[in-house]
Design a binder for this molecule. Structure first.
Ligand code: ATP
Length: 483
């Protein structure tokens, strides 16, 4: 495969695997094509008017660059690998053409398995993608059945969900495998019915431990099935998956998506930091929130579950309403919290990211080591399919605060990617203690701090004065000691 090349904003590189044209020629051809394509709207991409109206009701009027590049290829039936940064609209880049195909070619009544499978790494993403498909279908007023499978479903629930069968299945690979191995889904039925397979957040699927499930499942994917692979980064895992399921795919690479180094923060996110001792982080975050120095809604990341509860209790004492989101909460509570936060019922959400889950390596599906175990509750059961960094589309988050610095630069990029999504603006504030300086320096150099581009520069947070912090110190310390 010819290597993808980094290009400036909006310049998607489209290349077919195995194509051996000199890179320069590909780029030149593409530049001309790009200029013509640049302004194409959904209508010009050949999108069904019902879908255009549905998107418009969601205030989506013009396609993002990845949508402009991917939709026509997917409509033509090509296998596609789409790599584009966080928040660039990859979900509709595959959902819109997928639905259009199903509208115009209604699945056969004889099908015994779903026509389209969308596989994602976490339950949260399952729910998010399921809601997006459902809302488009409802707005289009077409009759298509969509189900999501979750690993908490019993065999009889799975059987009920798959009866019919549905036209679109949204699931983690583990649930599909569970249905296959228990005979609820039949390999022969998949071979006869499956027309489109989507692997979303593909770069995460393997790190969540789904390799065996995916291998077992893809053995039944028929050759004629169109395969789409969506990812924010490129990695050896993405290459592995590509080899496993795709046939001579078109590779769409949006600018600067290569490896960790190129995995960019959207340009519309301003990044700041505050340097303080670990102990002073509480009073600093209190000042940020209490004095309203950061714009709402705010997503706060901590590295441990205990720290997130400590913060929540601390905020409560100051009348700041927040909620926590982590792997030990039951799935229903997590969905409920996400829905309430997205609906604007509260402005501050304290989350533990899934880097903790993946850092430990492989997922044992329901109870692997999602981060540091709490000293207070050592036996809590953690959900290995939990994930609230990658892919989750928190609505209208303006500010991301790193109360604790993430452990990796990739973790930083994906946390910050929860704001500034699509065409919105956002900001991030990282609280950095001296122990975290090393990772901070690594992040700065990886983002290219010195190459003169403002957007990549993490600046000192300008709005918080020493006096403001000191005015809150006494109360903060008293309250923290009490709780
Ligand atoms: N064409 C568009 N115009 C405006 N907003 C859009 C458009 N397409 C998608 N969006 C919105 O942009 C947000 C981000 O989209 P999406 O979740 O698909 O991004 P993503 O590329 O999958 O990000 P990640 O890699 O983090 O998963 C969503 O709220 C979505 O509704």
């Amino acid at each position: 495969m010819a290597k993808s090349k980094l290009k400036p904003e909006n310049n998607t590189v489209i290349q077919q695997e195995g194509e051996n044209k000199p890179q320069e020629q590909v780029e030149n051809e593409h530049t001309q094509q790009e200029e013509e394509e640049e302004e194409k709207n959904f209508e010009e991409l050949g999108i069904d008017p019902r879908l255009i109206r549905a998107l418009s009701k969601k205030s989506i009027e013009k396609p993002t660059p990845i949508q402009r590049a991917a939709i026509p290829l997917i409509l033509e039936g090509k296998d596609v690998v789409a790599r584009a940064k966080t928040g660039s609209g990859k979900t509709f880049a595959y959902l819109v053409p997928l639905l259009q195909k199903l509208f115009s070619d209604m699945p056969s009544k004889k099908n015994l398995a779903p026509t389209a499978f969308i596989l994602v790494p976490t339950r949260e993403l399952c729910q998010q993608v399921y809601s997006e498909v459902m809302s488009l279908i409802e707005l289009c007023r077409v009759q298509l059945k969509v189900v999501q499978l979750t690993s908490s479903m019993s065999a009889s629930d799975l059987k009920t969900a798959l009866a019919g069968p549905p036209d679109i299945l949204v699931s983690t690979p583990a649930c599909v495998q569970k249905s296959l191995s228990s005979g609820i889904l039949l390999a022969k039925a998949i071979q006869d019915s499956l027309s489109v397979l989507v692997l979303d957040e593909a770069d995460l699927l393997l790190s969540y431990g789904y390799e065996d499930d995916l291998k077992a499942f893809t053995a039944h994917v028929p050759k004629r099935c169109q395969c789409l692979l969506m990812s924010a980064t490129s990695s050896t895992d993405v290459d592995k998956l590509k080899k496993l399921v795709l046939h001579n795919p078109y590779i769409l690479t949006l600018p600067e998506v290569g490896d960790v180094k190129d995995d960019v923060i959207p340009k519309n996110v301003q990044q700041f930091y505050i340097s303080c001792s670990a102990r002073d982080k509480l009073v600093h975050i209190l000042a940020l929130l209490k004095l309203e120095l950061v714009q709402k809604k705010v997503l706060i990341y901590t590295n441990t579950i205990d720290m997130s509860y400590r913060l929540k209790l601390f905020f409560e004492q100051f009348g700041i309403k927040s909620a926590v989101l982590n792997a030990e909460l039951p799935q229903n509570s997590r969905l409920h919290i996400l829905e309430e936060f997205n609906a604007g019922l509260f402005d501050y959400l304290i989350a533990n990211d899934d880097s903790q889950s993946t850092a430990t390596g492989k997922n044992d599906k329901e109870n692997h080591g999602a981060g540091k175990k709490s000293k207070k509750h050592p036996k809590r059961k953690l959900d290995g399919e939990f994930g609230v960094v990658r892919g989750i589309d928190f609505k209208n988050v303006h500010t991301v605060i790193n109360y604790d610095m993430p452990r990796t630069a990739t973790g930083y990029v994906h946390r910050i990617g929860r704001t500034g999504r699509a065409y919105n603006t956002g900001a991030s504030v990282s609280l950095i203690s001296s122990e975290e300086m090393e990772i901070f320096e690594e992040i700065k150099s990886i983002l290219g701090e010195n190459d003169g581009e403002d957007s990549k520069f993490i600046a000192p947070f300008p709005l918080l004065s020493k006096n403001a912090v000191e005015s809150l110190r006494y109360r903060a310390e008293v309250i923290d000691e009490k709780s």
